[in-house]
Each structure stands twice: as C-alpha cells, then as structure tokens.
Design a protein. Structure first.
Lengths: 337, 337
C-alpha cells in the first residue's frame, strides 16, 4: 500500500516567518511574539474582506523585507484563506508580481501550502517559495454561522475565528529549521452537522492523519518534543487525547497542545478557543518556530486541521467533512547559514 | 530572474481520462466524445451542489474502473471546483479513501491540479495521482451572478457555466501523452468589474502566461499544433488574438482555439460560449486528449483561465483578478505501455 507520508531528501529550510495579529490576538498570551499587532480590525477599509486582503498582502511584503528578497527572486507564492474563492489571497496576489498557486484546506490551508511548497522544492524546480494565509473573525462568521448584525448568542462549543495573516519562506540554503516529513490527510466525515462545534467535526481527521504519520514512520508520539494540532479547541483537543489513548497513543500535556487553546486567554467570548486559517499559522510562526529556534524544541509535529463546510452546505443541512495535514519540523544540527 | 516555467525531466504520462457531461453539453458539438452524458442536471438529488459532488465522485470512480486502479494504489487526489470551500470536491472526497489536496484557480483549477500533480511526480514521491474538477450551471450562477429564480436577462457578453465533471490520472509508467512543461501564472487585474464579461477579465492573464511560456522556452506559437485557452469565449478569444498580435504572436485559426468556443453550438443562451471549471476540463479530456492520441496533434499548449471573483467581491464592486496556467502536452515517440 502506498504511503500518504513523505520524508524529504533535500534540506527544505524555513528562511524566516512573518506574522500580523488582530487586536484580540494581540491581547492574548502570545501577544508579545507577533511581528506586528493591530489596534483595529478594519483600519478604514470599506469591508472586512478588503482589510483581510490588505494584511495578507502586508505580511508577504513584510517577509520579503525581512529576508531582503525581491519578488523576482521567488519561484512562487502558495496560499489560501477561508473566504469564498480565496478572496483575501487572490486580491493580495494581484498586487504582487509572483506566480501564484491557490491551495485550500480551510483552516489547514497554511499547512497544505507548506506541503505543496516542500514537494515543489524537492522536485528540484523551486528554490524559494512563500506560503501564506489569513483569516478574519468578521469575514468568517457571516459565511459559516450568522451575520454579526444578528447578535446571535454563541453556544459554549463555539470557537473564535482568529484575525491575522502569516507567511513563511521556504528555501534550500538558509535557515535552522527544516521540513523533515509530511503526511497528507484524507477527508473524514463522521456526521457532525453543528457548524458551531468545529472541534468535534475535525477530531477524526486529526486522529486519522496523526496515526497514519506515526505508523508510516514507525514513531511514537514521544519522538516529538511537541505535537500541536491546528484548532480543535479545548473540548476538541481533549476529545483527540481520549480517542488517541484508545489507539495506544499518549498525547499527554505538555507533549500535546492545540493552537486554538493557546492563542486566547480563556474567556467566554472565545469559547473553546481560536479557529480560522490564521490560528495555526500565527501560533506556528510566532510561537512554535521561535521555540524551535531557541532550542526549547528540536522536533515538532504540526497538524493543522480544516473543516470543509461552506455556508451553502450548512444551509443544506449537510454534515461537515474535515481534513488534517501533518508536517514534521526539525532543528538541524548545524545552522545552514 | 527565476522562471515561472518548468520543463519536466521525468516522463509524466496521462494513464487515462474520464468525463461526464450535462444535458446541454451532451447536445453540443462534442457530445459524442464524452464518456458519459446525463439527461438531467439534478437526478433526484436535493440540491445542485449535492448533484455536482455526486458526478465529481462518479467521474473519479469511473476513471478508477477504466484504469483498473484501487484507491490504495493512488498517492493523491488533487482537485477543486467553483463552489465556496470546494463544496463539490470536498464532499466527493469524503467518500474516497485517498489523501486529498485542494487546489483553487477558479475555472483553471483542473490545470492547476495537473501542475501540482506533475511536480509531485517529478519530486519522486508520487507515482499515481488523480486530478479532478467539476462545475454546474446552477451552482455557479447563483454565486457569481443572479439566482436563477430571478430570471435576469443575460447580457450578450455572458458565458454559460458548463455542467459536468472530469478527471485524469497521471503516472510514470503507462500512457502515450506526457506533460512536457508548465507555466504557473500570476494574478492579473486590469480593472474589469463586470461579472458577466469573464472573457475581458481573463484575457490579460492568458496573454501574460502565454507570452511568459513562449519566451522562457524560446518557442513560437507555431511550435504547437494547437494552443487552446480555457474559457475566454468568442469575444474574449478574439481579444486575445488581437492583443497577442501586438506582441508579434500569431494566434491564427486553426492553431488557436478556446474551450469555451467549441463546447456549445452558438446560440443565444450560451452567449459567448462555455465557462466553468468543467469547461476546459471536459474539452481537454473528451476532445484534445483524443486528438493527441489519434495523432491529429503532437504538441498542444493548454491554457485554462480563471476569474478569481466571488459573490462577496462582486457585491463589494471590486474588479476581477484573473489567472491562467499553461501546460504543454506532447505525444511521446514510442508508447510507454
């Protein structure tokens, strides 16, 4: 049987990362780690979607500056977001003179972009690729749940879509953290229909990808210093821990964490925690990447999760298919710089 | 400067293709070329979206049968469609036990999927990948233009979204047609805001990709036996011909054609011709691929085009960013079978 897990032969390195976080995210526990934080989530733009595309464009520009890279030195940008037809990403890309590949895995789009970019570099045909994503509380809520103006009460199972944008640059020459292996997920749908309970919808996909990854590489969870899922939230990540235990996989704290659980302080607003494409991307860029660099972690398994529901599928009372992709990052022994 | 064009070193071959076309497409000039045609565009399903996901699932199943391939022999499925959050593709994939990568380039999603799949195979980590797409007149119209129930009059510049699904399998061992090279497009937006004039919005992107491709490989249009764009339609393809001429690129008939122009008989309903993700995919699978096999053509440059607009961006009166990707197919000298 063919494996869904790929171990890379080339050194695929993260040259650098960039992150822009919204006001609520800035006040959360990771506030100090973001490159830039915003006081406002509209900044005078005419719509939240346009604002989201602006910060998506900005985070790529910021990364280009940070890495002193010109657009014509990049092979590709690969990215996506939660908006219909990748509104934020497409509109950001029209301002950049860089070939573009649209990737979609809902809240796991950043992870999927990193996977596609890694395989492009492994093919020998790319040297420098930027992966990017964004999400916005107000662009997401009205798509998947209720228009904000309705002021619908949020059930305790709900999560809070993160406002922000994140980008990273992969290359073959510069960097201390490499993409060691990836596992590409399958679409899993066990019948959850509640669009305010994303954690429950995504746990089966996360478990499926995690166990495929570990089994393909004959590893235990403890092979990693940190296993971090995308945005299962508090109840979702507890559910994953319970389900994993039944497969003899111990996801104890602090080995296991979830981006959705650590981006916000626990409060009644954010419910089970953060979600959205920028949730796992911001946590990875701002926190996990830095902790890999400062040697807190050597090996991290990053498993962004995505719910493939749409406004239309919700209104048509369909259940929620979900997907999770896994990426193993590793600090290399000697700096590649 | 880094090139956006990639020439493959490996033999990346089309093992086979499959196509399912809707009733209007079946009655068009290519009717006899489709594998399966439908008399009805709902077939008792509760919604057009569910119907679209069913035919998307069916076309993959049909291709698996045709090529006698089990799901576990495939590395990946790569695909996308025009629905919010890739509704049709995601819901098709939940019924298949195959790792899935979501690709989005609007009506060029099939082409983008073939590009990603080719690079995955070139990397040495994949041997068999299915690329798929679908679109449906009724799922698209209500997103990008008006709900059908409004019975809005269609302006003469409009195109008719194709109903259908298409899939192809790439592999390294079997087949007579190879993916020789690809050019990944940039997002181009010259300010067209009319969502009923897709041709005008996409011509700049098509020309940009075409001229980048030819210039990177130092080729003339006449290097190919056929250059075929995705869905510029009658006026759009004429506009491309005029703009290309200004760059000393002769896109004369019969060298140049457009999938949107040949899928329907000219009638007032279909306006400028076909559009939608299934338009270029069905024409490629049903017609171009067969004409490569029967030696009518040896080399074909396929340039699917996509308008990256959304219902939201239209309502917000934004202009329409567009993208085009190019794929050069070639009949190999000796059959690889």
């Amino acid at each position: 049987m063919i494996s869904q897990t790929i171990v890379f032969k080339k050194r695929i390195l993260i040259a650098d990362v960039a992150s822009i976080a919204g006001p609520k995210e800035a006040q959360g526990p990771l506030g100090k780690y973001f490159d830039k934080t915003l006081d406002d989530d509209l900044l005078g733009q005419k719509s939240y979607e346009i604002f989201e595309s602006k910060i998506h464009r900005c985070v790529i520009g910021y990364l280009l500056n940070k890495t002193k890279t010109r657009c014509d030195e990049l092979n590709f940008c690969i990215g996506g977001d939660l908006n219909n037809e990748l509104y934020a990403t497409s509109f950001a890309m029209r301002e950049l003179d860089i070939p573009f590949i649209g990737a979609f895995a809902a809240c796991a789009s950043y992870g999927l972009s990193i996977i596609i970019a890694s395989l492009f570099i492994e093919s020998g045909h790319s040297q420098k690729i930027i992966c990017s994503t964004s999400s916005h509380f107000s662009t997401a809520e009205r798509q998947f749940r209720f228009p904000l103006e309705l002021s619908s009460q949020r059930p305790p199972s709900s999560q809070w879509t993160v406002t922000g944008a994140a980008a990273l640059m992969l290359n073959t020459l510069k960097g201390k953290i490499r993409v060691e292996s990836v596992t590409i997920g399958k679409v899993v749908d066990l019948g959850i229909k509640d669009s305010t309970n994303m954690g429950a919808a995504m746990v089966p996909a996360a478990l499926c990808t995690l166990s495929a990854h570990l089994s393909a590489l004959n590893r235990n969870p403890s092979y990693y210093d940190l296993i971090i899922t995308g945005d299962l939230g508090v109840a979702g990540s507890e559910l994953l821990r319970i389900c994993a235990k039944k497969q003899q996989l111990n996801l104890n704290i602090p080995l296991y964490s979830d981006c959705g659980c650590i981006i916000f302080d626990s409060d009644k607003d954010s419910g089970q925690g953060g979600s959205g494409a920028a949730c796992s991307a911001l946590v990875f860029n701002a926190y996990v990447f830095k902790k890999l660099l400062d040697k807190t972690y050597k090996r991290v398994l990053f498993i962004p999760t995505g719910s493939l529901l749409s406004k239309t599928s919700c209104l048509q009372r369909q259940s929620i298919p979900a997907i999770a992709h896994a990426i193993a990052f590793e600090r290399i022994q000697r700096g590649g710089e």
